[in-house]
Design a binder for this molecule. Structure first.
Ligand SMILES: Nc1ncnc2c1ncn2[C@@H]1O[C@H](COP(=O)(O)OP(=O)(O)OP(=O)(O)O)[C@@H](O)[C@H]1O
Ligand SMILES: [Mg+2]
Length: 445
């Protein structure tokens, strides 16, 4: 129930005001003085306080200051019969929600309360969303590699140093870049991501540095470029290994000089940037083959951070899978069967964490049961335990299907050791090998 406290030295105001609010379903408490009111703020914990300004013992402004200090989440509405603009302004400055003139009109109060509770609900929601966002941003996993990565991020983030993040597709490079920004002194400024591989050659300058209105055909409006947007914040240059040489030259110049000009503009803009770059390419190799500029490499590669592929930190798989499961199961409790977890841990995940995340999302949608029984080696809707769930009509096809599922499961149980699996299921190693090949089963690395 919504709780309201009224503090006023006039008894009949307390009575009529209380009656009116109780009729509307509020739970109301009253106090004849500031000190009695403060006690009730502590014990009754109202969301909203109506507070009279003129009271004989202690005036409302001083009580307001105390409430703000002790219980800043409480919304305080001031009331006065002979208030002046100055007191109203002072009250608002001190953090009062609003100021009402006596006599108090019930319509006004009810509208005001609706508004107060709406804003309070939004604030609450905003807080929850932020916490949720932060948890989506966190680097999940407890492998030694992941612990080291988190350690490097926490040391590097506040340093303002430029970082180059390496790693295969989907390992979490962008997540690392965002974590570096979030934990830096620039966190309240923008994080601007530029996908260097995706900008068409003729738009590079305009995208990066912006343009003035009318500077070229088609420039109908002035445009602020990515570099300028990132001023004082973090510029994330993604896929730097896939930039054309022309773009590399442009970016290098801007980074060296720390300033840019919009296309068609004549003023020079000084920029304060922290650059975090990411790539899945071997840049040293690209330098040798003249596809990447060495001078740009040295400028970007101040602090290198390497994110290991998922198959090299298999301990993280279960934690990540459960993390994504929580996100995608939309409220209903779900879990993976022990077998499924085993398969997930043995699968090579060429698309790394992104592939795992997509797989979990798909499995959540396609497996209606509380326990997810599926295999990453297969589509998640084909439950390998259920012989009747697949579409084969001939016995031969059905047998083949079963055989494949059976082999995958037994291989997973034996860590994909072929000799051991062959021994377990009682066939020759060479025979198992042939089967694996003919079914195209991936045995990982
Ligand atoms: N350690 C992790 N904990 C939680 N989520 C992760 C982790 N690593 C990656 N992810 C999630 O996996 C997805 C892919 O990560 P991200 O986009 O950062 O990868 P990337 O290395 O930038 O990929 P690409 O090379 O394809 O650009 C994202 O949804 C990200 O939130
Ligand atoms: Mg990325």
């Amino acid at each position: 129930m919504k709780k309201i406290l009224i503090i006023d030295d006039e008894k009949n105001i307390l009575t009529t005001f209380r009656g009116m609010l109780e009729d509307e379903g509020y739970q109301v408490s009253t106090a004849p003085s500031g000190s009695a009111g403060l006690t009730l703020v502590r014990s009754f914990e109202p969301e909203v306080v109506f507070l009279d300004i003129w009271m004989p013992e202690e005036d409302g402004i001083s009580v307001l200051e105390k409430i703000r200090k002790e219980s800043p989440q409480t919304s305080v509405v001031m009331m006065s019969g002979h208030g002046t603009i100055e007191t109203a302004v002072k009250a608002i400055r001190l953090g009062a929600w609003d100021y009402l003139e006596k006599p108090i009109h019930s319509d006004k109060v009810l509208v005001l309360l609706d508004h107060v509770y709406e804003v309070r609900a939004l604030r609450e929601q905003n807080k929850e969303l932020k916490t949720e966002l932060r948890s989506q941003d966190s680097l999940v996993g407890n492998s030694a590699a992941m612990k080291r990565l988190r350690q490097i991020v926490s040391v590097t983030a506040p340093s303002n140093g430029w970082v180059l993040v390496y790693g295969e597709n989907g390992v979490g490079k962008e997540l690392v870049a965002r974590a570096l920004h979030r934990d830096s002194t620039r966190a309240s400024e923008r994080f601007v991501a530029v996908n260097c591989a995706a900008i068409p050659a003729e738009l590079i300058e305009s995208e990066l540095f912006g343009h003035e209105k009318g500077s070229f055909t088609g420039a109908m409006e002035k445009k602020i470029g990515k570099f300028e947007l990132a001023h004082k914040g973090t510029l994330f240059l993604d896929e730097v290994g896939d930039m054309s040489l022309k773009m590399q030259a442009k970016i290098l110049r801007a980074l060296q000089e720390g300033q840019i000009q919009r296309v068609g503009g004549d003023t020079t803009l000084e920029l304060d940037l922290r650059v975090i770059a990411a790539t899945n390419k071997d840049l040293k190799q690209a330098i040798r083959s003249s596809e990447f500029r060495e001078d740009l490499f040295y400028r970007l590669n101040v602090i290198p951070i390497i994110v290991a592929p998922l198959r090299e930190r298999r301990e993280d798989i279960a934690a990540l899978a459960n993390h994504f499961l929580k996100r995608y199961n939309s409220g209903r409790p779900k879990r993976f069967s022990a077998e499924t977890l085993q398969l997930l841990q043995s699968y090579p995940w060429p698309g790394n964490v992104r592939e795992l995340k997509n797989w979990v999302e798909r499995a959540c949608i396609l497996c209606p049961d509380e326990t997810i029984n599926a295999s990453p080696y297969d589509e998640p809707n084909q439950k390998d335990s259920d012989v009747f769930s697949f579409g084969e009509t001939s016995l031969r096809q059905a047998k083949a299907h079963f055989e494949k599922q059976f082999l995958i499961r037994m291989l997973a149980e034996n860590d994909f050791n072929i000799s051991r699996t062959a021994h377990t299921i009682g066939v020759e190693r060479s025979h198992l090998h042939k089967k694996i090949k003919s079914y195209g089963i991936e045995v990982g690395s």
